[in-house]
Write a protein of this length. Structure first.
Ligand code: SAH
Length: 466
C-alpha cells in the first residue's frame, strides 16, 4: 500500500523539514502489524514527493488476535485485502511516522506548517464503500480536487464488474497538518472498517483530528458513525460535542442547560449552521467591526477572528463566568499582540445604555433575546436600536413552530430551560416590523437549518439595516 505526498511549493525540498524525514535517507519503521518505509521518489526544488509504503504482515495480524481460532473462515484471516489497501493501518502509520506533521507542527519550518501549500496526495488503492460519489462528498467540501480511477474486480473477467477499490489523487492548497488529518480520519471512514476495538478514546481522537473542519463538514454524521464503527452512543456523543463545541462542565447549571439544547439540536448541528449564516451575511455586507451582544462562550467571536476582514470583534455578556470561559476558549492570554488587539470582551447588560457598544459596523445578537424577561424587552429594544444603533443588526431566535420536529422535546416546552419565550415566525416578524417602524430600520428574514415546508426552519434570523 502506497501513499505519496507531493508539493510544488518552492523550494519543494522543504517537504523534508515539514515531514521531519530527510529526502536523502530512506527509513523504515517497525509497527505492530508490519513495516512502514519512507523514501522520496523525487526531490528537487520544483517538485518533491515523499512516499509512505506500508507492508502489512497478515501473519502478524492473526498472531496478535487472541480469539482467532475455531470460528471457521480461517483462510480469510490470512487471505484478505488488508495488506494491499489503505485502511486504519495507514492511519496508524501516519500518526506513528508523521506524528509531528499530523499535529500541524514543524521544528525547522513552523511558518510553512502553518501555511496552506500546494499539495497532492495519491493513494494507490483506497476501498470506497459508498462509491465515488461518497468519496467526492468527503473530500470536495474540504477544498480538494478529486481524481478517482475505479478498478475492475478482475481485469481478466470484465463481466464481474467493478470493485470498490479506487486509485485516488487529492489536490489542494492546504496546510500539511490538515491534509494528514483529513487522510487520518477519512481513510478508515471510506473503508468503513477498523482493525482495533473502538472505545471512548476514539471519540477524543476523532474530535482532535477533526478540529477546525469536521463540525462544518456536510457529511459529519456519516463520518462520525463510520469512524466510530457504528457504535451509536459514541457517535451521538461525538456529534453532540461537535455541535456544542465542547463537553459541558457538570457543576455549572447554565452549561448543562446549554448542553441539553445542543444535544436536542445536534442532529442538525444547528449551531454551526447559525454561525456560518451569520458569518456569511456579515462578510457580504462588508462589516469589519462587529460587536457580539450576549456573546456567551465566544463561539461566534472565535469564528470571526479566523477571517482577517473582521478587524475588530468585541463580545459582551452579562455573565462573568461565561466571559471567563470565553477568555479561556479563545486563548486570549496566549494570543500574539496583533491578534489580541482585534478582540475584546466586555462585561455589561443589554438592559442599560453602554457607550462602549456604539460605533460598530454591525451588532450580532445570537440566541439571546429569548433569554430576556418580556417586561424588560422594551429596555433592550431601546439599547439596541436607539442607542447602540449600528448600521447592521443580525438577530437570531428559535422558531417555536419547529419544536414539533424535535421528537425528544415534550409538547409545549421550550428548547432551553432558561428561555422566557419562543416565537413563531409570525410573532418574530411582527416584532421586527415594529422595531423597523419605531427606529427607522428595514428587515429581511433568513431561515437557518433545514427549512421544513410546514413549520419552517429551526432558527430564524432577522437582518436589520438602517
Ligand atoms: N450568543 C451565544 C450565547 C447565547 S446564550 C451563542 O450563540 O452561543 C445567551 C447568552 O445571553 C448567555 O451567555 C447569557 O449570559 C447572555 N445574556 C442573558 N441576558 C443578558 C443581558 N441582559 N445582557 C447581556 N447578555 C445577556
Amino acid at each position: 500500500m502506497l501513499l505519496t505526498l507531493s508539493t510544488t511549493h518552492t523550494p519543494a525540498t522543504d517537504l523534508g523539514y515539514l515531514l521531519h524525514k530527510n529526502p536523502d535517507r530512506p527509513q523504515s519503521f517497525e509497527l505492530p502489524f508490519g513495516l512502514a518505509h519512507v523514501f522520496y521518489p523525487e526531490a528537487s526544488a520544483g517538485r518533491t514527493t515523499a512516499a509512505l509504503l506500508l507492508e502489512v504482515d497478515p501473519v502478524a495480524l492473526v498472531r496478535g488476535r487472541p480469539s482467532s481460532g475455531g470460528q471457521g473462515g480461517t483462510l480469510d484471516q490470512y487471505v484478505n485485502d488488508r495488506p494491499y489497501v489503505a485502511s486504519s493501518f495507514m492511519s496508524v502509520a501516519l500518526s506513528r511516522v508523521f506524528g509531528t506533521a499530523l499535529s500541524g507542527r514543524s521544528k525547522d519550518r513552523p511558518e510553512l506548517a502553518a501555511q496552506p501549500l500546494p499539495f497532492s496526495a495519491r493513494l494507490s488503492v483506497l476501498p470506497c464503500r459508498g462509491g465515488e460519489s461518497f468519496l467526492r462528498r468527503l473530500f470536495e467540501p474540504l477544498g480538494y480536487t478529486v481524481t478517482a480511477t475505479r478498478h475492475a474486480l478482475d481485469e481478466t473477467v470484465p463481466a464481474w464488474g467493478d470493485s470498490r477499490y479506487f486509485t485516488v489523487t487529492l489536490e489542494g492548497h492546504v496546510r500539511l497538518g490538515d491534509l494528514l488529518s483529513h487522510l487520518y480520519v477519512l481513510i478508515p471512514v471510506l473503508d468503513d472498517d477498523k482493525h482495533y476495538w473502538v472505545g471512548d478514546e476514539e471519540v477524543e481522537k476523532l474530535l482532535r483530528h477533526g478540529e477546525g473542519w469536521l463540525a462544518a463538514h456536510p457529511e459529519r454524521e456519516q463520518i462520525a458513525r463510520r469512524y466510530l464503527r457504528h457504535r451509536h452512543s459514541l457517535a451521538r456523543e461525538a456529534l453532540g460535542r461537535l455541535a456544542g463545541d465542547e463537553a459541558p462542565e457538570p457543576e455549572e447549571r447554565q452549561e448543562t442547560r446549554n448542553a441539553e439544547e445542543a444535544v436536542l439540536e445536534s442532529r442538525l448541528s444547528l449551531n454551526e449552521q447559525r454561525l456560518q449564516t451569520v458569518m456569511t451575511v456579515l462578510q457580504e455586507q462588508g462589516a469589519a467591526r462587529v460587536v457580539d451582544l450576549g456573546c456567551g462562550e465566544g463561539r461566534l467571536i472565535k469564528a470571526l477572528l479566523k477571517d482577517r476582514r473582521f478587524t475588530e470583534v468585541v463580545g459582551m455578556d452579562v455573565s462573568h463566568r461565561t466571559l471567563e470561559i470565553a477568555q479561556d476558549r479563545l486563548g486570549i492570554d496566549k494570543m500574539p499582540d496583533m491578534q489580541r488587539q482585534r478582540v475584546k470582551l466586555l462585561h455589561g447588560s443589554l438592559f442599560y445604555r453602554d457607550q462602549r457598544l456604539t460605533g460598530f459596523d454591525a451588532a450580532t445578537v445570537i440566541e439571546v433575546i429569548e433569554h430576556l424577561d418580556l417586561p424588560r424587552l422594551a429596555a433592550f429594544e431601546r439599547v439596541l436600536f436607539e442607542h447602540t444603533r449600528p448600521g447592521l443588526i443580525l438577530l437570531t431566535t428559535p422558531n417555536a413552530e419547529y419544536n414539533v420536529r424535535f421528537t425528544s422535546l415534550p409538547a409545549g416546552t421550550f428548547r432551553h430551560r432558561d428561555h422566557r419565550f419562543e416565537w413563531t415566525r409570525a410573532e418574530f416578524e411582527a416584532w421586527a416590523a415594529r422595531m423597523c417602524e419605531r427606529f427607522g430600520y428595514t428587515v429581511r428574514f433568513l431561515p437557518v437549518g433545514e427549512n421544513d415546508a410546514e413549520v419552517g426552519a429551526p432558527t430564524q434570523l432577522a437582518v436589520f439595516a438602517r
